[in-house]
Unconditional design. Sequence first.
Length: 267
Amino acid sequence: MSWWGKVLGGAFGFMLGGPLGMLIGAALGHGFDRGVERADELPPGAGFDRRERTQMAFFTATFSVMGHVAKSDGRVTAEEIALASDVMRQLGLSPEMKTVARRLFTEGKRAGFPLEAVLEQFRRECHRSAHLIRMFVEVQLHAAYADGSVHAAERRILEHVCRRLGVSRHELHQLESLIQAGLHYRQGAGSPSSARISLEEAYGALGVSEDSSDAEVKKAYRRLMSQHHPDKLVAKGLPEEMMRLAKEKTQEIKAAYERIKESRGLR
């Protein structure tokens, strides 16, 4: 049984505690409360392994922070809520997970949302894994770009999130380039990959430039493919139910690499 199956089954042998524990508790409602009562009789960590704990923390932080980012301009419109729901659909969440994700999104919109504490606990729970932190930021950008652009208030919050998680401006810029290339890749479904994204976007997605050597381009491509390998991410704590995004990213990275190869005449 996965971490989610254990959650729905009421197996609350472990508690995240802290702000993430409070958030998932509020999202799960009375079932969570009953689980807490049973958990008091069990030793810490019973029923959940380290990876499952990380998966629950990733899921909780992802959708609550997403709600906070959406609220950054002072209000959340019906369109933003619809876009967030669409992102949840794209991530491949089950109906039950979508319900809890929406509740977490709502918790993130509330006044007094403890962003600093949430980000700090998230870093601890994911054991400061650079791959997981990067994927977390990618999901936030994926949601922010759902309407085609990132608004100024959203950008300020996203930049703050990156600073707190140790993601540099250069990394953030590269992630944005990857997101933008991905948008054009999906919009061009049915056409050759080389026609879906521009050469500029392709270089940006890989984090290299036209002046980079073939060897540097290939190294960047391999590094990104390794960082987004679905099985590796799940092993580190990405919820299995969110593997679809990692798979899509590998396709987009391949498309960017192929675009560069075509321009350089590489095999």
